[in-house]
Design a protein around this ligand. Structure first.
Ligand code: ADP
Ligand code: 5GP
Length: 195
């Protein structure tokens, strides 16, 4: 069954700017915007809040969510488990919401397989690898070993990114935000919804 809502799945190598882009668009306050809060076993970073950035859970609780079939998809990323709760998605789709996902490339394809008619896939690419490394180090949230682990995954992510419907190279943040909004408006217009 096709719903009125839209799932905007945004993926990128860590540090490319997807969280910044999603946060800025949601802060513009369109009442249809929602954010899919993932569950994760990774530790909370300073400034993050449980139930806002993620549902922070331990491994036993995460496995229980898997067992109860509460996750639309889950992956191990950078050594931690991350998963997308399915129930809010189904509810928001029925309500005609525009739901943003900040998930890894494999999770993105899993959401597309599960909701093929409602999913819009956007890959945020860094201008180049050195800029990516600088942004990741500049963000200051990861120790150097964690930065290294994140960079190790980049070739696989860039390869899988080629199969996304849309790619936005995040040089200038304002232009990237405008481009993502234009993609969303285009998809809504195609489906006869108001952009
Ligand atoms: P991701 O969510 O993809 O891991 P973030 O959104 O956390 O990435 O961005 C990583 C860092 O890069 C942050 O410090 C952010 O402020 C910065 N950043 C994001 N987009 C740009 C841009 N277009 N130009 C310069 N810095 C950026
Ligand atoms: P971070 O630890 O930087 O918040 O996220 C690390 C990676 O995990 C990012 O690429 C992010 O998009 C991804 N991620 C976050 N939530 C989910 C999720 O629910 N599922 C999947 N597959 N990946 C996720």
């Amino acid at each position: 069954m096709t719903h009125k809502g839209l799932l905007v799945v945004i993926s990128s190598p860590s540090g490319s700017g997807k969280s910044t882009i999603i946060r800025r668009i949601i802060s513009e306050g369109d009442t249809r915007y929602r954010y899919s809060i993932s569950a994760t076993t990774r530790a909370m970073r300073p400034g993050e809040k449980d139930g806002i950035d993620y549902w922070f859970v331990d491994e036993a609780a995460f496995k229980e969510m898997i067992r109860r079939d509460e996750l639309a998809e889950y992956e191990q990323v950078h050594g931690h488990l991350y998963g997308t709760p399915v129930r809010p998605i189904e509810k928001w789709l029925q309500e005609g919401c525009i739901v943003f996902f900040d998930i890894d490339v494999k999770g993105a394809f899993a959401i597309q397989r599960r909701f093929p008619d409602e999913t819009c896939m956007i890959f945020i690419a860094p201008p180049d690898l050195e800029t990516l490394r600088q942004r990741l180090v500049g963000r200051g949230t990861e120790a150097s070993e964690a930065v290294r682990i994140r960079l190790e995954r980049v070739p696989m992510e860039m390869e899988m990114g080629k199969a996304f419907e849309f790619t936005v190279i995040n040089r200038d943040l304002h232009r990237s935000i405008a481009r993502v909004k234009k993609i969303i408006a285009g998809r809504l217009a195609e489906r006869g919804a108001v952009a």
